[in-house]
Design a protein around this ligand. Structure first.
Ligand SMILES: N[C@@H](CCC(=O)N[C@@H](CS)C(=O)NCC(=O)O)C(=O)O
Length: 227
């Protein structure tokens, strides 16, 4: 059994989708990031970046294995199961490339666009413009890639697709018109039609609160605002 420390956000959804695709048993351990659960010392002991997701894998045949960072968790699960990442060769390297592209670029930049366009208490034109432009640049990179290959890492569906997909759910809030990226739009439809993706995206929806309705203390906790 795997314990998944989770809240229903894009980084959390990567892991629920992967676990559903791989058919692994897991238990959700909610980390309410609006209430500050990510700062609980017991959580920080194995997830020192005070962010979810993180996992504890009890099915190792030995001591439980903890993993934090969604990209590391996806790689760990792919290695553990031998699924959703080729075992060797150029296809495996392509998964590394597109997974790192998501972790270092797509996720952080779309996250900033979402923040400045939607959550920020004051509207800062420079920031909204900068991150919306960068989001559009990244959708363009993805669109050109998906014009050439069915999946991000090539011919095969992989953890790279799973990492990128949840971040494209709220494209409007990122300042993106999906019609400008027809190959991404088509890929999103294919992703949505996968039953495991549908199940993964639904996990914990009952936990979700509209983060824009956080009270001021919760907002400070989540976004690290200092008094
Ligand atoms: N690089 C990390 C980022 C994780 C992350 O940003 N998680 C957010 C929710 S999507 C979080 O836990 N936020 C809590 C906070 O900001 O204090 C990963 O991919 O796992």
């Amino acid at each position: 059994m795997i314990d998944l420390y989770y809240w229903p956000t894009p980084n959390g959804h990567k892991i629920t989708i992967a676990l559903e695709e791989m058919g692994l048993d897991y238990t959700i351990k909610p980390v309410n990031i609006g209430k500050g659960d990510q700062f609980d010392p017991a959580f920080l002991a194995f997830s020192p970046n005070n962010r979810m997701p993180a996992i504890i894998d009890h099915d190792t045949g030995g001591a439980p294995q903890t993993v934090f960072e969604s990209g590391a968790i996806l790689l760990y699960l792919a290695e553990k199961t031998g699924q959703l990442m080729p075992a060797s060769g150029p296809g495996r390297v392509a998964v590394f490339e597109w997974l790192m592209w998501q972790m270092g670029g797509l996720g952080p930049m779309l996250g900033q666009a979402h923040h400045f366009n939607f959550y920020a208490p004051e509207k800062i034109d420079y920031a909204m413009d900068r991150y919306s432009k960068e989001s559009n640049r990244l959708y363009g990179v993805m669109d050109r890639r998906l014009a050439k290959t069915k999946w991000l890492a090539g011919d095969d569906y992989s953890i790279a697709d799973i990492a990128a997909f949840p971040w494209t759910r709220t494209y409007e809030r990122q300042g993106v018109d999906i019609n400008d990226y027809p190959h991404v739009a088509e890929w999103r439809k294919t992703m949505i039609s996968r039953p495991a993706v549908e199940r993964g995206m639904k996990v914990g929806t009952e936990l979700r609160e509209d983060l824009s309705k956080l009270d001021p203390d919760e907002f400070k906790k989540l976004f690290g605002v200092k008094d």
